[in-house]
Design a protein around this ligand. Structure first.
Ligand SMILES: [Zn+2]
Length: 219
């Protein structure tokens, strides 16, 4: 049985994913300015804290994974390096990238307005030309560490396939009545049996290949 090995590999894989997803910060606020001078680094940290609170409050939504607390928002401060028309017209720009959740998208404009209203009351930005631009997008994240796990799962798949090539396939029509029906995984060729009186269709893949398919690793 090769169950132990692929289940172990998947277990390691999902533990890694949990660690990885903890390290990813969304939403990301990029505060771009043209040389606005903040009084002190301490004050800048305070401003970042205020921005995190404002953005978390305005973008939080009931979708699974959409509820936000301030520490989940990251703020990056940059001096403008672009010479496009936006950067010419505005002194301070807030680009906010966040995950695309249906209930967040539904009233995105009013969420953006709420952020802009609150940010413009921060003394450093008060009376300044600026904007808030909230961009939502669907996202997929793959860490290089995952690819090592994928390679291991695929290696195990190849081993299964090589081993299963030796199986002599049974012809269900030639079996005596009452004996189980035999099926073969379309991925690795593993033999799967189903009682003769089965009602549900036998699955096309064995469990291990089914997992590979879910991960998008089987063609
Ligand atoms: Zn299989």
């Amino acid at each position: 049985m090769y169950f132990t090995s692929w289940k172990f590999a998947l277990g390691v894989f999902s533990r890694q994913l949990r660690v990885i997803s903890k390290g990813v910060t969304m939403p990301l606020v990029r505060l771009v300015h043209k040389g606005v001078r903040f009084p002190t680094p301490t004050r800048l940290e305070k401003i970042k804290g205020i921005i995190k609170e404002i953005v978390a409050g305005a973008l939080t939504c009931p979708d699974s994974g959409g509820e936000l607390v301030p520490k989940e928002v990251e703020v990056e401060v940059k001096v403008s390096e672009l010479g496009d028309s936006l950067h010419e017209r505005y002194a301070v720009m807030f680009y906010i990238d966040a995950n695309d959740f249906p209930s967040r998208k539904e009233n995105l404009q009013s969420r953006s307005n709420a952020i802009a209203v609150k940010i413009s009351t921060i003394p450093e930005f008060h009376g300044m030309s600026g904007f808030v631009w909230v961009r939502l997008f669907p996202a997929a994240f793959t860490d290089f560490a995952q690819t090592a796990q994928y390679a291991k799962l695929l290696e195990q798949f190849e081993q299964r396939r090589t081993k299963n090539r030796k199986i002599k396939r049974k012809d269900n029509t030639s079996l005596r009545a009452g004996s189980p029906m035999y099926f073969y995984c379309v991925g690795c060729g593993a033999e799967m049996t189903v009682p003769e009186n089965y009602t549900a269709r036998a699955s096309s893949h064995c469990d291990a290949c089914g997992e590979l398919k879910k991960l998008g690793l089987l063609k």
